[in-house]
Design a protein around this ligand. Structure first.
Ligand code: GLU
Length: 303
């Protein structure tokens, strides 16, 4: 049974790029007769905006998405993330780290953590992060749109943070624990997370979890070429005329619904989309960039 999911963080209201990711994952789940789960990734309170969670749920309803089962909130699942961390610590696969970003930067280290605390760390007044050990064997997977993609984590990312110094669990860990717990078989999301996937596969292997398949969708960019982002204040979805915006999202994903459906009730556009969705129509990656040319979000910025 195919199980897909949509997993927005409540760092702001949904924007057109968020809608594209939701539409792609939803239609792919339904095309395969699968379930589509909704998970609110609310594990980073310092970055969350008041009201964003309710806006997201309302927007998904207005746009006519129908998710299966109850909405899962990551803020209620921290015990599971902590259990995974204890498991990794007990196996010697993770370790406490007292190096702050500022401290590393001042010593000329870039975004790749050089493993300073691998052999132990002195108690630190501001507490410790927990990092997971990486290795230099390539970790690869076949993305359904991008094709093969691999990283050597130790060299390209370094041991990455799974629990931050402020005590919050990192996205990379929570997403892996939850995708497995919810039985997700395919992750369909924006391609900004392509370069996070080898880290997630690494964690799946260390924790003995199954690796789902992956499909990374094209990103919606603004006029300057930056990804639309909730955190940088991309325009919220207009909830007044959902059919027009949904039509645009389908067009962005390579589909051409009849023009008249822009003015029809949104459920008529869904009927068309469910009958015509074809993932091979999604535009291919814009150019053949080598994996190392893709900006890799650092463990700390994604965590
Ligand atoms: N929570 C992430 C976001 O809103 C998406 C995570 C994922 O799909 O793996 O960007």
């Amino acid at each position: 049974m195919y199980v897909g999911r949509y997993a927005p963080s409540p760092t702001g209201p949904l924007h057109f790029g968020s809608l594209v990711a939701a539409v792609g994952s939803y239609l792919e789940a339904r095309r395969q007769g699968g379930r589509w789960l909704l998970r609110i990734e609310d594990i980073d309170p310092p970055r969350e905006r008041p009201g964003a969670r309710d806006h997201i749920l309302r927007a998904l309803e207005v746009f006519g998405f129908q998710w299966d089962g109850p909405v899962v909130f990551q803020s209620r699942r921290t015990g599971h993330y902590e259990a995974a961390i204890q498991d990794l610590l007990e196996q010697g696969l993770a370790y406490p780290c007292g190096c702050s970003r500022a401290w590393l930067r001042a010593r000329g280290h870039g975004s790749v953590y050089p493993g300073i605390c691998r052999r132990g760390t002195a108690p630190h007044p501001e507490g410790h992060a927990i990092r997971v050990r990486t290795h230099d064997e390539p970790i690869g997977f076949h993305d359904r749109r991008w094709g093969p993609f691999a990283q050597r984590l130790e060299r390209e990312v370094g041991d990455f943070v799974i629990r931050r110094r402020d005590g919050f669990h990192a996205y990379q860990l929570a997403v892996v624990v939850d995708d497995a717990a919810q039985g997700v078989t395919e992750v369909v999301r924006g391609e900004d997370l392509l370069a996070s996937t080898p880290r997630q596969i690494h964690l799946q292997r260390l924790l003995g979890l199954t690796t789902p398949s992956y499909l990374h969708l094209p990103l919606v960019r603004d006029a300057e070429g930056h990804k639309l982002s909730k955190q940088t204040g991309a325009a919220p979805l207009d909830l007044e005329r959902p059919a027009r915006t949904l039509w645009d999202a389908l067009a962005f994903l390579g589909h051409r619904p009849p023009h008249a459906l822009r003015e029809a009730p949104v459920r008529e556009l869904w009927t068309w989309a469910l009958a015509h969705w074809d993932p091979t129509r999604i535009p291919p990656p814009r150019c053949a960039v080598s994996p190392s040319a893709i900006p890799v979000p650092t463990a700390d910025t994604r965590s």
